[in-house]
Design a protein around this ligand. Structure first.
Ligand code: B12
Ligand code: SF4
Ligand code: SF4
Length: 275
């Protein structure tokens, strides 16, 4: 590791650990196969640069009867992660005044599963997610994109999926196949769709019983069994496992699903309730 990389590593570790963030790695941007088309793309360095890829574990416990995806139970993770990333950036910006550091939490042009693999944080599972040795896939992938050129810290050596196909078998719509996800068939995507749903899509929401998201391929994965609760205090508090027509207006402004608008959530709830 270069001196710069060692210093970055130390500063990130010192800032991240007290916040409950314990795992990170480096992925040079030119190593990625491409970037996602989104507004954040213009914030990437013109050439070179790196992503400091961080894992934010979100497993907050078991909640029988929940109708929201696991990742959506705590308060808006974009806000929680944004705050954590800013606190990690502060010492980096102080140590490297000529360089830029930009936080990305989900609304990111970085293909985060690939970045996590290249940073050595896990492998790409057949369920399309980054499976890590510490949290399974129950961790958000976030990054700090910098103009600094940092050495790639992966891929690591992981056992991978092997012969397992549990997520494919558990997917109720056939959205997952051997090498891709058919977004149009994914219930997680359907619960986010605006406007009128087709009869088939409505049936998926009804049968899934979820007001937001789908965890079937996540929960089927043996790597997600018996995972410890999140080390991030803000992801263990304010948990709301059940969305109803009554609590929707109070919850939407502080939850990650609120960005989609109350109409989509109301529609999903009314389908689940037999409407
Ligand atoms: C768009 C999006 C979705 C869409 C479409 C997903 C898709 N794969 O096409 C929808 C709404 C369906 C979705 C659903 C979910 N998502 Co999503 N999603 C994203 C987002 C914003 C972009 C993904 C993308 O388009 N990648 C780029 C394209 C080119 O890649 P791709 O062709 O899909 O292939 C990539 C991966 O799929 C993966 N991969 C590698 N090998 C294989 C093999 C197979 C069989 C598959 C399916 C994929 C796969 O590596 C590829 C390169 O990155 C990312 C955040 C980000 N910026 O990356 C989060 C992200 C992938 N999602 C996340 C989560 C948590 C979910 C859900 C579990 C949420 C839920 N409970 O409802 C589900 C899981 C569905 C699933 N099985 O993938 C997390 C995953 C965390 C992790 N540990 O990996 C991410 C990383 C967000 C984050 N910041 O943490 N998502
Ligand atoms: S989130 Fe649900 S519908 Fe989408 S791929 Fe996973 S199991 Fe299938
Ligand atoms: S359920 Fe099995 S095949 Fe699917 S991601 Fe987990 S280990 Fe891989």
């Amino acid at each position: 590791m270069t001196r710069t990389a060692r210093l970055v590593s130390r500063l990130v570790e010192e800032a991240a650990r007290p916040l409950g963030v314990e795992r990170f790695g480096f992925c040079p941007l030119p190593a990625l196969s491409g970037f996602l088309e989104c507004r954040g793309k213009r914030l990437l360095p013109e050439a070179g640069g790196s992503a400091i890829v961080l894992l934010l574990p979100y497993h907050a416990g078991e909640f029988p009867g929940r109708n929201l995806a696991r990742y959506a139970l705590c308060d808006d993770y974009h806000v929680i992660a944004g705050d954590i990333l800013q606190q990690i950036i502060a010492p980096l910006a102080g140590a490297f005044p000529g360089e830029t550091f930009h936080p990305f939490a989900d609304n990111s042009p970085i293909p985060e599963v690939e970045a996590g693999v290249l940073a050595g944080l896990g492998f790409a599972g057949r369920n399309g997610q980054l499976i890590t040795p510490w949290y399974g896939s129950l961790a958000f992938v976030c990054e700090i994109v910098t103009t600094l050129d940092l050495p790639q810290t992966g891929p690591g050596s992981f056992p991978g999926c092997g012969d397992c196909r549990r997520c494919l078998d558990a997917c109720p719509t056939g959205a997952l196949s051997e090498d891709r996800l058919d977004k149009a068939r994914c219930r997680s995507h359907i619960t986010q769709k605006k406007g009128e749903l087709t009869p088939w899509e409505r049936e998926q929401v009804r049968a899934g019983g979820m007001a937001w998201g789908c965890d079937r391929c996540t929960d089927a994965c043996p790597y997600n069994r018996g995972r410890p609760l999140t080390t991030i205090p803000a992801m263990r508090t304010g948990l709301e496992p059940v969305l109803t027509l009554e609590n929707l207006s109070a919850l939407a402004p502080r939850k990650s699903y609120g960005w989609r608008g109350e109409g989509v959530l109301r529609r999903n709830l009314s389908i689940i309730n037999g409407g």
